[in-house]
Design a protein around this ligand. Structure first.
Ligand SMILES: *Cc1c(COP(=O)(O)O)cnc(C)c1O
Length: 233
């Protein structure tokens, strides 16, 4: 009884937050002359307690982002069979020794950022016949500690991923520096994608997803604004 009441409260809180985020996405899309349907909300569930994830599932959210393969496997391998329309996006750095597990678990890989990884992904996808859509992560802020290919290397890398490795590249992804105005980074990503005829743009998080939508985001990755503050980083 006690537990049921608590879960109820979590469900109400998450449902309200989710509705708020969806509403703001729709508003930002409309203001930019875009359709709200053109933006996929990726709920970033990393490090969130199971009851919040269950609440989001109960509210109809089906696209989730995780940044660690191991954590995602622990969480989703049991939930996955219950939600056939679930879509899991890998949004964090991927080590080549986790490629096999990642290709088996995820539906979209958003963090392709180096030739060795692209090659390993392509080989595993060929081996298993699971050709997953991929985003190439661009380090638009050129931050040394951050994953992603540098803007100067991006054009050649995108071409290699498609033509040499045969990956199904659907778009670009970026995480702007935390302490900078995100718009120039979003605009740069959009321009790069356009140059390569890529329609997917994964950009925008809890603090800036409306700006990202105005600048053309097709995927926004929103965690804390839906699920609340993460317990740890
Ligand atoms: C954690 C994370 C997010 C979500 O961050 P919030 O600020 O909680 O919305 C989005 N993208 C990536 C790559 C992340 O690691």
């Amino acid at each position: 009884m006690e537990h049921a009441t608590e879960q109820n409260e979590v469900e109400i809180t998450v449902a309200a937050a989710l509705a708020g985020v969806r509403g703001r996405i729709a508003k930002a899309a409309t203001a930019a002359g875009r359709s709200a349907d053109a933006v996929t909300l990726v709920g970033v569930s990393k490090v969130q307690p199971p009851e919040r994830i269950e609440a989001a599932l109960a509210s109809g959210l089906r696209v989730f982002g995780e940044n660690r393969v191991q954590e995602a496997a622990g969480r989703w391998e049991s939930l996955r069979p219950l939600y056939p329309d679930l879509q899991l996006h890998l949004i964090g750095p991927l080590q080549t020794n986790k490629v096999k597990q990642a290709v088996a678990l995820f539906d979209v890989i958003e963090s392709v950022d180096r030739p060795r990884l692209a090659e390993a992904l392509a080989a595993e996808m060929t081996r298993t016949g699971r050709q997953l859509p991929c985003f190439i992560q661009i380090n638009t802020g050129e931050e040394p500690q951050k994953a992603g290919v540098l803007p100067a290397d991006a054009d050649a890398f995108i071409v290699r991923c498609r033509d040499e490795f045969g990956l199904q590249v659907v778009g670009l992804m970026c995480i702007p520096p935390a302490d900078e105005e995100p718009s120039p980074h979003f605009a740069l990503l959009a321009e790069m994608a356009k140059r390569h005829g890529l329609s997917g743009l994964s950009m925008g998080m809890s603090g800036d997803y409306e700006i990202a939508v105005r600048l053309g985001a097709t995927h926004v990755r929103v965690g804390s604004a839906i699920f609340g503050t993460r317990l740890q980083k």
